[in-house]
Every structure is written in structure tokens, then in C-alpha cells.
Ligand binder design. Structure first.
Ligand SMILES: Cc1cc2nc3c(=O)[nH]c(=O)nc-3n(C[C@H](O)[C@H](O)[C@H](O)COP(=O)(O)O)c2cc1C
Ligand code: SF4
Ligand code: SF4
Length: 295
């Protein structure tokens, strides 16, 4: 049995959780085969290849990060374009990651899949470090929080998925798809994308942003990234987060200090470019912590 693992992930958190789930499912049933697809790259292929073919699987594991309290537009778009026959009546285990608060990400993801006739069985949700955490020295504490906040029913949800898959008796779904919520989400997320991205001279022309832009609006010209048709930007921040030299910034340069981090066994923090405000925040927080410790 082949399972499609479809993941919307920008900085690696959701990919990390997805890999934990695959490992667990593999331990539970060694005969299961997995194929992992990253939704950003798939959307990019879709927009740059003449004929994109959606792969078809026996069952799915679908995960996303949280974008403005819900599922990101690009994840929604990926499923809305999927041929419904690929997912109709298929068992799905969903999962999501979030920073400050998950909002209704799990519910929105499940409702979207239900609207396509899928059979989502349960949802694994875990708090992860947020892309907006500015202070590197807080990150080890955050990581502890991740471990503490990992879904307590992680194991039982994976077992339930494997057992249901084997039994072939899928759940009856009663939840209705609420299109009003969907349009509210999309409008909120679109409102968010108010700043356009610009590329600084430090761009080394590596093409990482080009490969990861799901809207295919970045290309390389004379060895530098060029952003076109920015009104098609879905605000996923992949270009900004994945640039190895921090060359992508927004017009107002407010994002320049956001952290970029990766998850692969260890927690790697790539130091953001520093400015006065950033240093000031670190200094004040450091002083406050010192005072609290001395008390
Ligand atoms: C544009 C954007 C919006 C976000 N909105 C939320 C949010 O509303 N609530 C939340 O808890 N986390 C939010 N986050 C944080 C991410 O959901 C969280 O860090 C997630 O684990 C990132 O997953 P990834 O590493 O797989 O991309 C947002 C991140 C981005 C980039
Ligand atoms: S330009 Fe950047 S933020 Fe906009 S869709 Fe492309 S990768 Fe995402
Ligand atoms: S990822 Fe950064 S360095 Fe690489 S092409 Fe894009 S902007 Fe330039």
C-alpha cells in the first residue's frame, strides 16, 4: 500500500513532524510505502511544467503549517486543483504545526479534505518554534516547549490510522464544509501580503527562491533573482526564509531580522542580520532575565 505524504512547510517544522509520523507508521507496519511531496515545490512544478500530473495514492498523510490561524492559501490551492478522484473515499491522517496559536488549522484542513470526499480520521497537532521568534537565546527554551507540547495522543492516532487502513472500514464523516470560514481565511491571509519583496545586491544567484516559490514569480536574470508579478505572491515567505544569504527582504525591511532555522536532528539557528532595534531588544531582555535571576 502506497501512502502519499503531502506537506506544506516553509522552515522545516512541519516536515520534521511529518518525518516523525512516517517513522512511527513504518514501525507499526513495515509493509507500508511512503512518498513525500513538499507542496511548495509541487506548486512550483505545476506552474512551470506544461503538464503537471497529480500523483495518486492509496491513502494520505497531509500536514501544514499555520498561516494566520488557518491553512495557508497555497495548501488550499494545491488541494482545490487536485483531481477529486485521487482523494475521494481515501483515508487521511492530518497534522499541523503552529507557533503562538493554532487557530482552526486542523479543522480547516479536515474540512477542505472532507469537501473533496476524503475520510480524515484524526489530527496530530504540535507547537513548534515560530518563524517570528526574534531572540536566539530563547530558542533552546522553545525547543523544550515543543517536546512538552507534542501531541499526547501521537502514538494512539498513528495506531488508529494503521488499524483503520488495514480494516478498510473508514469513518462516516458528518462535519460540513463551511465556505464562509474559507473565504474569511483567504481574505485575511491576502490582506497580510501587503509588502512586496525585494532582492538585495548580496544575492548569489543560487536559485533556491526560484525553486521554492509556489507562485513561480521569481526567475534568475544575469545571475540575480528577479521578482515579477508580485500580485500573484501568496505570502508564504519561502523566498525570504530559504535564502541562504538573507538577500530577500520586504520593501520596508521589517522582515530582515526574522530568524531562519532548520530542523534536522539538531536545531540550527542562522544568525539574522542585526540592526539597532534588534540589539536593543536583546539587551533589554537580557537585562530583565539577569534581574529576575538575581532576585
Ligand atoms: C506567514 C506566516 C503566518 C503565520 N501565522 C501563524 C499563526 O497565525 N499562528 C501560529 O501559531 N503560527 C503562525 N505562524 C508560525 C508557523 O505556523 C509555525 O512556525 C510553523 O511551525 C512553521 O512551520 P514550517 O517550519 O513547516 O514552515 C505563521 C508563519 C508564517 C510564515
Ligand atoms: S514571492 Fe516569496 S512569499 Fe511570494 S509566493 Fe513566492 S516564495 Fe512565497
Ligand atoms: S535564494 Fe537568495 S541568493 Fe539564492 S537566488 Fe534567491 S535571493 Fe539570490
Amino acid at each position: 500500500m502506497k501512502i502519499g505524504v503531502l506537506i506544506g512547510s516553509i522552515t522545516g517544522n512541519t516536515e520534521h513532524l511529518g518525518n516523525q509520523i512516517i517513522k512511527k507508521l513504518q514501525d507499526l507496519d513495515g509493509t507500508l510505502k511512503f512518498d513525500t511531496l513538499m507542496i511548495n515545490q509541487e506548486m512550483n512544478k505545476m506552474n512551470t511544467t506544461e503538464q503537471y500530473e497529480y500523483p495518486n495514492y492509496d491513502a494520505y498523510v497531509v500536514g501544514t503549517y499555520t498561516d494566520f490561524l488557518s491553512i495557508p492559501i497555497l495548501v488550499r490551492q494545491y488541494f482545490e486543483k487536485m483531481p477529486p478522484t485521487h482523494i475521494k473515499n481515501k483515508l487521511v491522517l492530518t497534522f499541523s504545526t503552529h507557533g503562538f496559536t493554532t487557530g482552526h488549522t486542523g479543522q480547516a484542513l479536515q474540512q477542505l479534505l472532507i469537501s473533496m470526499g476524503a475520510k480524515p480520521i484524526s489530527h496530530i497537532v504540535t507547537k513548534y518554534p515560530d518563524n517570528y521568534v526574534h531572540l536566539p537565546f530563547i530558542l533552546p527554551l522553545y525547543l523544550k516547549k515543543v517536546q512538552k507540547n507534542s501531541d499526547p495522543e501521537f502514538d494512539s492516532k498513528c495506531i488508529q490510522f494503521v488499524n483503520t487502513l488495514k480494516s478498510g472500514k473508514f469513518p462516516e464523516i458528518t462535519t460540513k464544509y463551511n465556505s464562509k470560514n474559507v473565504s474569511k481565511d483567504v481574505q485575511r491571509q491576502k490582506k497580510q501580503v501587503k509588502d512586496h519583496f525585494i532582492v538585495q545586491d548580496s544575492c548569489v544567484g543560487c536559485g533556491t527562491c526560484v525553486e521554492n516559490c509556489p507562485s513561480a514569480i521569481i526567475s534568475l536574470k544575469d545571475g540575480k533573482a528577479v521578482f515579477t508579478e508580485q500580485d500573484k505572491c501568496v505570502g508564504c515567505y519561502a523566498c525570504f526564509q530559504k535564502c541562504p544569504v538573507n538577500a530577500v527582504v520586504d520593501e520596508k525591511k521589517t522582515l530582515v531580522n526574522k530568524l531562519q532555522y532548520k530542523y534536522d536532528n539538531s536545531y540550527i539557528v542562522e544568525k539574522p542580520k542585526s540592526n539597532f532595534m534588534f540589539k536593543a531588544i536583546i539587551f533589554v531582555t537580557f537585562m530583565m532575565l539577569t534581574v529576575m535571576l538575581l532576585k
